[in-house]
Design a protein. Structure first.
Lengths: 381, 303
C-alpha cells in the first residue's frame, strides 16, 4: 500500500517536472574544453552563453548542460548517449571537430534529437546523409575554401601551391578550393595531421614557380607553419580559410600573420547592429575579442531562442519549421538556410591587420555572395 | 639546391629530436624508468620561456627560465612521484607517468588559459641568411643545429670526463653496487632526472619559438623521441644522437623525394598520395629494420 502511494507520488512528480520542462528547451552542449584544442571549445561555450545572457528572459527558456569531449570521438559518443538517455535533452550542439560530429550526429538524429552545428559540417551530412533534424548554423566544411579559391581567381593569381593535412577535412579543403580556382595548381601537398615542422614543405614552395600559397592548417599546425614561413624569407603571398587567422590563435602567430588574406562568413568589423552588440558585449564579458567560433555559437543560440519562442521542441515538425525560418538577428547580417539546412550566406575576404597592439582581421571585400554548397542537390528530404 | 636545403632541414629536425631524446634516454638508461611525462617537461620549458620572454622582453632570459623551470619541475616530480616507482614494474610506471601528463596539461591550462601563447624570435636570430652556394636558410634553424651539437658535446664531456658522469655510468651498469660503495643513489637519481627534464625544457623552448606553444605540444614529439631512443639503443647518448639524425634525415628526405620518385611510374595525384603515405611510415620501417638487425638498438648495451 505504502509502496503504491509512493509510486503514484513519484509518477505525479515526474509528470509535473515534465510539464515544467516543456515550456523551454533542454540543450546538451558537447564541446572541447580540455587539451590542445580547448581554445575553440571555450569560445564556442562562451559565445553560446553570452547569447543566452543577452537575450534576457528569452534566454532563460534554454536550459544548458555542458560537457567536455576532450576532442575524442569515443568520449563524445558517451556524452551524447548520457545526454539523450538520462538528461533527456531536446537539442544537441557544440561539437567543433568533423570526426566527432560524424560519430555523434547520425546517431543523435536517429533518436529524434535535433542537432544544431556551431562549427563542424562535413560533406557527408550535407548531401545524401542530410537529415531534417540536423542544421548547420556555421557553414558547410568546403565553403571557406571555395571562397578562397574564388578570391584567388579574382585576384588574378595564375599559379598556386596548395597544402592541407591528410585527413577528410583536408581533402575536402583542397577539393573545395579547386572547385572555384581557375588558375594552375603547380604544387599540391598533403601534410601529416599534427605535423609541427614545415621546413620540407617550405623548401618545396621556394623551389616551385607558384605566385601564391593556399593552405589549410587548423590549430597549432597553422601557427607553426606561419612562424616558420615568415622566418624562411620565401615571401610568396599566403591565402587561407579563416581558421588559421581566427582571434583565438592570432596572438600566438604574431606579426608573421600580418597582411595575410583569409576568407570567412563573419568578421569582427562586419557592419550590422547585431554584430556590434555581440563584439562589444563579448569584450565586456570576457575581456578578449571574439573568434569565428564564438560568433557561430552566438548565432546558434539566437536561432534556438527564436525557434523556442515560436514552437515547442516537443512538436518536432513545428519546431523544425521554426528553426528553418532562421528568423533571428544574425551577426553575419543576412542569413538563411538552403534546402539541405545549411546556410546560404555571403563570404568575405579579410586581411590581418594590427590595431594598436592587437592583431585582428579587417574585411577588404566580398568573396562570394548568397553562396550555398555543392552537396545540396544530393540531399533528398 | 632543393636537395641541399632538404638535407639541412633533415639535419635540423634530427637535432631537435636529439634534444628531446637525450633526456629521455638518460632517464631510461640510468634509472630504468619509462617516463611518458617527458613531453610535459618539454611543454613546461616552452611555457616558461614564453611567459618569461613576454614579461621581460628577453628571449635569452626566457631560455634560461625554461631550463630552470623544467629542471625544478623534474626534481619535484622525481621526489614526489617517480621515486616511489623504481621498484615497481614498467606498467605501473607507464600508468603513473601518464597520469602526470594529464596533471601537467590541465595544470598548465589552469595557469595559462586555453589559448596558445606567443613566443617570438629575438630580432638578432630571425630572418634568413645566405649560405655558400646562394641558398637562403632561416638563421634560427642553424642556431638549433648549433644548440644540438653543443648539447651533444656537453653531454659527452659530462658522461666521460666528470665525476658525475662516472657515477651515472656506474648507476647504469650496477645500481646495487654503487649504492654499496657509498654513492647516494636517491640524490643521483634526482640529479639525473632533473638534467633530463632540463634538456626537455630547453628543447621545448627552442622548438616553441618556431612552432606553437600550447597545451599538449609534447605528446606528438614524445612518440618520435621514443622511436629515436629505441633505434639508438636504450640509455646510449651516442645512440640517441645517431638515431635522431637518422630519423630526421629519413623523415625529411622521404617526404621530399618519395612523391617525385613515385611520379616516375604513377600519375601525379596518386604518386602524391602513395609517396606521402609511405613517407609518413618510413621512420617506423626504419625502426623495424634496425630492430630486426640489432634488437638492442644501434648502440644499446643491453638486449
Amino acid at each position: 500500500m505504502e509502496l503504491k502511494r509512493l509510486l503514484i507520488c513519484g509518477t505525479a512528480a515526474l509528470a509535473l517536472a515534465g510539464a515544467a520542462q516543456a515550456e523551454g528547451v533542454k540543450v546538451g552542449m558537447i564541446t572541447t574544453l580540455s587539451g590542445g584544442g580547448a581554445g575553440l571549445g571555450v569560445d564556442t561555450r562562451d559565445g553560446f552563453l553570452l547569447a543566452l545572457k543577452n537575450a534576457g528572459d528569452a534566454g532563460k527558456e534554454v536550459e544548458l548542460v555542458i560537457e567536455d569531449d576532450q576532442q575524442k570521438p569515443d568520449v563524445a559518443v558517451q556524452i551524447a548517449d548520457k545526454m539523450i538517455q538520462s538528461e533527456q535533452v531536446d537539442v544537441l550542439t557544440g561539437i567543433v571537430w568533423s570526426n566527432l560530429a560524424m560519430a555523434v550526429v547520425p546517431a543523435a538524429v536517429a533518436q529524434e534529437k535535433f542537432y544544431l552545428s556551431t562549427n563542424a559540417a562535413p560533406s557527408q551530412l550535407a548531401g545524401a546523409g542530410c537529415n531534417p533534424k540536423y542544421f548547420s548554423v556555421s557553414y558547410q566544411n568546403d565553403n571557406l575554401h571555395e571562397a578562397a579559391g574564388a578570391h584567388a581567381t579574382e585576384a588574378g593569381i595564375g599559379k598556386i601551391f596548395i597544402m592541407a593535412p591528410n585527413y577528410p577535412a583536408g581533402q575536402d579543403s583542397l577539393a573545395g578550393f579547386k572547385r572555384y580556382y581557375k588558375g594552375e595548381v603547380v604544387g599540391e601537398v598533403y601534410t601529416q595531421v599534427g605535423q609541427t615542422d614545415y621546413a620540407g614543405e617550405i623548401a618545396q614552395i621556394r623551389a616551385s614557380d607558384a605566385d601564391a600559397v593556399f593552405f589549410f592548417l587548423p590549430g597549432g599546425m597553422g601557427i607553426a607553419f606561419m612562424k616558420q614561413y615568415a622566418e624562411s624569407g620565401v615571401g610568396k603571398p599566403l591565402i587561407g580559410p579563416a581558421f588559421s587567422f581566427s582571434q583565438d590563435i592570432l596572438p600566438a602567430v604574431g606579426d608573421a600573420a600580418l597582411g595575410v588574406r583569409n576568407t570567412a562568413q563573419w568578421s569582427r568589423d562586419l557592419d550590422n547592429p547585431a554584430n556590434k552588440a555581440f563584439v562589444e558585449s563579448f569584450q565586456a564579458e570576457y575581456g578578449r575579442l571574439p573568434s569565428l567560433y564564438a560568433a557561430q555559437a552566438y548565432d546558434t543560440a539566437n536561432l534556438l531562442i527564436s525557434a523556442v519562442a515560436k514552437a515547442d521542441p516537443g512538436d518536432a515538425d513545428a519546431f523544425r519549421a521554426a528553426l528553418a525560418e532562421a528568423n533571428f538577428p544574425s551577426v553575419r547580417g543576412k542569413f538563411r538556410f538552403g534546402p539541405n539546412q545549411h546556410p546560404i550566406q555571403d563570404y568575405y575576404v579579410r586581411e590581418v591587420v594590427k590595431e594598436g597592439d592587437v592583431l585582428t582581421n579587417r574585411i577588404i571585400g566580398p568573396a562570394m555572395t548568397d553562396h550555398g554548397d555543392a552537396y545540396a542537390e544530393q540531399c533528398k528530404m | 639546391m632543393l636537395l641541399a636545403e632538404q638535407a639541412l632541414n633533415g639535419l635540423q629536425y634530427g637535432m631537435m629530436l636529439f634534444l628531446m631524446a637525450a633526456g629521455l634516454t638518460l632517464v631510461f638508461g640510468v634509472m630504468g624508468l619509462i617516463n611518458l611525462a617527458h613531453g610535459s617537461l618539454y611543454m613546461t620549458g616552452a611555457f616558461a620561456c614564453a611567459a618569461v620572454a613576454a614579461v621581460t622582453g628577453s628571449f635569452w632570459l626566457g631560455l634560461a627560465a625554461s631550463l630552470v623551470a623544467a629542471a625544478a619541475a623534474g626534481a619535484l616530480v622525481e621526489i614526489a612521484v617517480i621515486r616511489r616507482l623504481y621498484a615497481r614494474d614498467h606498467l605501473d610506471q607507464v600508468l603513473a607517468t601518464f597520469a602526470l601528463i594529464l596533471v601537467f596539461s590541465e595544470g598548465t591550462r589552469w595557469l595559462f588559459g586555453s589559448f596558445p601563447l606567443y613566443l617570438k624570435l629575438p630580432g638578432s636570430l630571425s630572418g634568413a641568411v645566405v649560405l655558400p652556394g646562394g641558398l637562403h636558410y632561416p638563421l634560427f634553424r642553424l642556431v638549433i643545429i648549433g644548440f644540438g651539437a653543443a648539447v651533444a658535446l656537453g653531454l659527452w664531456w659530462l658522461i666521460t670526463r666528470t665525476r658525475l658522469g662516472i657515477r651515472i655510468r656506474a648507476g647504469e651498469a650496477d645500481r646495487e653496487m654503487i649504492g654499496a660503495l657509498g654513492v647516494d643513489i636517491a640524490r643521483l637519481y634526482t640529479i639525473v632526472f632533473a638534467l633530463g627534464a632540463a634538456l626537455a625544457g630547453l628543447a621545448g623552448a627552442l622548438v616553441g619559438t618556431i612552432q606553437s606553444v600550447q597545451v599538449g605540444m609534447g605528446e606528438p614529439v614524445l612518440i618520435l623521441a621514443f622511436v629515436v631512443v629505441v633505434i639508438g639503443g636504450i640509455g646510449s647518448i651516442k645512440g640517441a644522437f645517431v638515431g635522431a639524425l637518422l630519423v630526421g634525415m629519413t623523415d625529411t628526405l622521404g617526404k621530399a623525394l618519395l612523391p617525385d620518385l613515385f611520379g616516375q611510374v604513377l600519375d601525379a595525384s596518386s604518386a602524391d598520395t602513395v609517396g606521402a603515405s609511405l613517407a609518413s611510415v618510413l621512420i617506423y620501417v626504419l625502426m623495424a629494420v634496425v630492430l630486426i638487425l640489432r634488437p638492442q638498438g644501434l648502440f644499446g648495451a643491453r638486449g
